[in-house]
Design a protein around this ligand. Structure first.
Ligand code: SAM
Length: 332
């Protein structure tokens, strides 16, 4: 397994398939002034397959497809088929807003996808429309139901908590775990990319200490449960008698850099070394260089260099963040 200069084992690659999205969440994408990558700049299914094959060769085992919104890629099923067929791909998951998952869940399962994470900030239709702009709770819910019926489990819901939007609705989300064996995870806002969404992310930040307090004051104490993997970014808890899990992902108030096992690949073919830093290494040129082995040796060398140079820590509490890419351009 590749190890970075802080002795962390890096075996998890998150692959962004596209930077476009069918939502405009207030803290993620502005309504105007966006420019998306033209199709020729996106890695093709065959190129993504080659990177994953090489990543497996150097010891990566876990893979997640994300975006933008990955279900907007017309070739998503082909990508899943290609990756799931590769020996050594231990885990293949997808992060989605589920808006069009109702018709895709079954084909994704058949193609070899193991499980999904769904982004849903509220169970109130009006809040979904206001916070996730262009969101539609009924459609997202149908998508989640379709995923569950297709066996894309365990279902994990990710809710980003934003002051003045959904901070009072976290209790309803947590309550879902009483009856369902789902994971409901609350994510702290991170200011990425420097634009208006970064400003909103600072202004609307709610600490998970606060979110936990809100949940416990209505639903009773949360009992911490043992982490399945040390690299799990969430700290996980259960409400008394609950079937599911309440998780807190707290990059700001409780950074987990020490156990990070993640590398990211952007839709335009850069290894992005850390969500909260701007450092990147291009891999697309190597993939498109036309050499006989498809650039395999060079790609492997770039990936290992990316692992070795992976930074640790962030400067959010000193008011410094990233400049170059927003979350929708990295993949979360
Ligand atoms: N479209 C998919 C989705 O909605 O999950 C995948 C991409 S989206 C960028 C991945 C995750 O990043 C979502 O859960 C989203 O809420 C989260 N996210 C976006 N901007 C964020 C921010 N500023 N701070 C924390 N999480 C953020």
């Amino acid at each position: 397994m590749p190890t970075d200069s802080f002795n962390r084992e890096i075996d998890y690659l998150r692959i962004s398939l596209i930077d476009n999205c069918n939502l405009r969440c207030v803290y993620c994408m502005p309504l105007e002034g966006l420019q998306f990558l033209p199709k020729p700049e996106l890695l093709t299914p065959e190129e993504i397959e080659r990177v994953v094959c090489i990543a497996v060769g150097v010891g990566f085992r876990k893979f997640r497809l994300t975006g933008g919104e990955p279900t907007l890629r017309a070739d998503l099923i082909e990508i899943v088929e290609r990756l799931s067929a590769l020996p050594g791909v231990g885990d293949l998951a997808l992060t989605t807003n589920a808006l069009i998952l109702d018709r895709l869940a079954r084909p994704l399962k058949v193609a070899g996808l193991k499980r999904i994470n769904v982004h849903l900030d509220s169970l109130n239709p009006a809040t979904v429309e206001r916070q996730m702009r262009w969101g539609n709770l009924a459609r997202i819910w149908e998508g989640i139901m379709a995923a569950e019926a297709a066996g894309l489990t365990p279902i994990k819901l990710n809710a980003v908590v934003a002051a003045g939007y959904n901070e009072n609705e976290v209790v309803d989300l947590a309550r879902l775990t009483l009856e369902r064996d789902w994971h409901v995870r609350f994510i702290e806002l991170m200011p990425l990319g420097g634009g208006e969404c970064a400003t909103i992310s600072i202004k609307r930040y709610v600490s998970n200490i606060e979110t936990r307090r809100r949940i416990e004051s209505e639903l009773g104490p949360l009992q911490e449960i043992e982490a399945v993997s040390a690299a799990d970014e969430a700290r996980n808890f259960k409400l008394a008698g609950a079937r599911g899990v309440v998780g807190f992902i707290s990059p700001v108030s409780e950074p987990y850099c020490g156990t990070c096992n993640r590398m990211r690949l952007t839709a335009d073919g850069k290894f992005h070394l850390c969500l909260l830093n701007d450092d990147e290494l291009d891999v697309r040129n190597a993939l498109r260089s036309g050499v006989r082995d498809g650039g395999a040796q060079e790609v492997a060398a770039i990936l290992l260099r990316a692992v070795l140079n992976k930074p640790t820590g962030h400067h959010l509490l000193e008011g410094r963040s990233t400049r170059d890419r927003s979350m929708y351009q990295i993949g979360g």
